[in-house]
Design a protein around this ligand. Sequence first.
Ligand code: ADP
Ligand code: MG
Ligand code: MG
Length: 241
Amino acid sequence: DTVIRLENVTLILDGHKILDSVSMSFWEGHIHAVVGPNGAGKSTLAHTIMGLPDYLGHTGAIFHRGERIEKLPIDKRARRGITLAWQEPARFQGIGVDSFIRSAAEAKGSSVDSGEMLKLVGLDPDRYLVRNVDKTLSGGERKRIELASIVAMRPDVVLMDEPDSGVDIEAINYIFDVLEKLRNWGSTVILITHSPEVLKRADHSFLLCNGQVVDKGRVERMSGYFTGHCVPCVHKNNPFC
Ligand code: ADP
Ligand code: MG
Ligand code: MG
């Protein structure tokens, strides 16, 4: 089943076409990777699907489970089960880790054991439940706690912006396990990544360049772009392309 569909989405910011006639379909229970060079528009794509206030002025349509959502504000999309894990997670100064994770589940009308959620992302509950979500956490710890809160929501759609960036190799395996878990629950995962290791975990992938979808298909196909520094839109004259 198609869960999220974009139809000819074009977004102009400051006079520049950041998304250019983007059409994409994301399927239930699948991990879709979105790859592409810096500045390709990957984060913008995630922000547009989530409906952040600065990203509502696009043309084209966005569907969630067959219903148009492009006019809906972010909170309405969140209530539909669409979630975003930020490339640079915001700090919620002073909120306890325990209540941060529990309130994520409560927003969906359920309850969770926040300690169990922390274990899923490889953090020791005894150490972290008593902490606050603030600047005393490292970037990687904050990302993992945010991911724990997203798992607690049992989301329908998860947009993840470079979940591996700033996270140790050891911790990346926990992120992989969480991705599998979300997929098994039937979540649709939209995974923005620069990492060939993360890309390998996806079921299907898109290559974004200059705001356009320039290729899509099997993950092996996209992996080729990481070897030999061959991204078609960037290295047009590279003899290895
Ligand atoms: P990626 O995540 O693929 O590295 P981004 O989506 O962050 O790329 O950015 C795509 C392009 O859009 C970049 O050239 C960036 O400078 C530009 N951009 C992003 N946000 C804005 C904005 N609010 N106003 C103007 N340009 C923006
Ligand atoms: Mg980037
Ligand atoms: Mg980005």
